[in-house]
Write a new protein. Structure first.
Length: 452
């Protein structure tokens, strides 16, 4: 008989298992789910209770925390792990027989589909709690959408048959760029499924609003309805918001106008190229008169001057940005020669006071073109610095794919997709709240870091 070594008092396996359960306990303690549990228990009242509502709900949350791809892998883990069953609330004396069969989970998830509003209420309550605990929460927002493939097949039939997805459709995204050698590249992505639209806090990388649409839905029309809903659900949240950043998909006059005029939020939305005629040449800022002030489609305000020589050639120099004037709703620029000490041989010939020591002042009204001119000038250092925060929403999208199981899933139908997205985002917020309460601010966004 082989002699086995004596077991250590604390093995790494026990430590890891305890840490995993602590992560789940952290989420369960932070979830404001009592209203949902009350409704579900009232619906079951008077019926058999072999598999308690709260235990099944806790196990569903455990499946998200422990990154299970489906119900069957979760059931196998529950059957193997007695401590997990106990934490979820299943009857301890029944052992592995306490694990619900697949049909119980199917019926339970169908019940949850009828109470999507309670999932959304949990999401909103968690956002409010984080807003209280994090004083600078909501200063910067970022918006983006992510593609989610459907597990079903495309179909022309209107009735569901369990395999095909009658809600999803085809979406397309195009990516453009320029290589180092100057050649243009284009990448086209097509998928059958849905889009998850997210507004996140760009500093803490936590979601504050979400929407699920078909894959073909355009990003641009989603921005204002989501912001309006955010204001209704969280009055006062946008009072402290300075910037909202988004990519070219949200570029429109209406989005820029409403964000600033209605909510006082400066839009940092990248601009699409729409000038068809001579797109690379600046255009006159005041087309109704002869002047030396021009602007580009990217929002650069420039001064034109000509070199002395045999062949006259137009040169453009960026004017010095001197800030935004809210009372006048305009961007203020100053003569670059006077502001930067640039030599200009035509200052005496320029209109508007360039011959003076201070130089000419140009005020560009936002209403000149709401797409191009925003409350934060596109050619300012602040715009370039703050726009970098937009990548926060991309990192959240990556976690949704990798940590929350949307890269490989078995979801069909837009209602199920919205429910699953809502549960994932609720767990994300609950984990963040649990980290704060456990004084683990450095792991605020992590689903997998060990608990304290």
């Amino acid at each position: 008989m082989a002699i086995l070594p004596q077991p250590q008092l604390l093995s790494w396996e026990h430590i890891d298992a305890a840490s995993d359960l602590d992560r789940l306990r952290m989420v369960l303690d932070a979830l404001p789910d009592e209203a949902l549990m009350g409704v579900l228990e009232d619906e079951r009242k008077g019926r058999r209770d072999d598999y308690p509502i709260r235990a099944v709900w806790n196990s569903v949350i455990a499946g998200i925390v422990f990154e299970h791809s489906g119900v069957e892998t979760l059931r196998r883990e529950l059957a193997r792990n007695g401590e997990l069953r106990t934490l979820c609330g299943f009857y301890a004396d029944r052992g592995a027989d306490a694990v619900p069969p697949s049909c119980v989970y199917s019926r339970f998830l169908k019940k949850l589909l009828k109470h999507q509003e309670l999932i959304d209420a949990m999401f909103d309550e968690l956002v409010e709690t984080l807003r209280i605990l994090l004083p600078d929460f909501g200063e910067r927002f970022a918006i983006d959408s992510k593609a989610i493939d459907s597990h079903g097949r495309p179909t022309k039939e209107e009735e569901q048959d369990g395999r095909r997805d009658t809600d999803a459709d085809w979406g397309t995204k195009r990516y453009h760029g320029v290589r180092e050698d100057g050649t243009v590249w284009e990448k086209v992505k097509r998928w059958f499924g849905y889009k998850l639209h997210l507004i996140v806090d760009a500093d803490y990388e936590l979601p504050v609003a979400y929407e699920v649409t078909k894959a073909s839905a355009s990003d641009c029309p989603q921005l204002l309805p989501m912001v309006n809903q955010l204001v209704q659900d969280h009055p006062g949240l946008l009072d402290a918001t300075q910037f909202l950043s988004g990519d070219k998909g949200y570029d429109s006059k209406d989005n820029n106008r409403e964000l600033w005029d209605t909510y006082g939020v400066k839009p940092l939305i990248d601009i699409r190229n729409t000038w068809q005629e001579e797109p690379h040449l600046p255009r006159q800022l005041y087309p109704d008169r002869v002047d030396t002030i021009f602007h580009t489609e990217r929002g650069d305000v420039v001064c034109r001057h000509r070199d002395d020589g045999e062949q006259e050639q137009d040169n453009y120099t960026s004017m010095a940005f001197e800030g935004f004037e809210p009372d006048r709703e305009c961007l203020k620029y100053r003569c670059p020669a006077a502001a930067k000490g640039i030599e200009c041989t035509q200052r005496d010939l320029c209109n508007g006071g360039c011959h003076t020591e201070h130089g000419r002042i140009v005020r560009v009204l936002l209403d000149t073109d709401r797409r191009i001119f925003t409350a934060q000038a596109r050619d300012s250092k602040t715009w370039k610095r703050e726009y970098k925060h937009r990548s926060a929403v991309e990192r959240v999208n990556s976690r949704i794919d990798l940590s929350f199981g949307f890269e490989h899933h078995f979801i069909r139908g837009i209602k199920k997709m919205r429910l699953r997205a809502g549960l994932a985002l609720v767990v994300m917020l609950a984990m963040a709240l649990g980290r704060i309460r456990a004084n683990q601010h450095e792991h605020l966004r992590s689903l997998v870091k060990p608990a304290a």
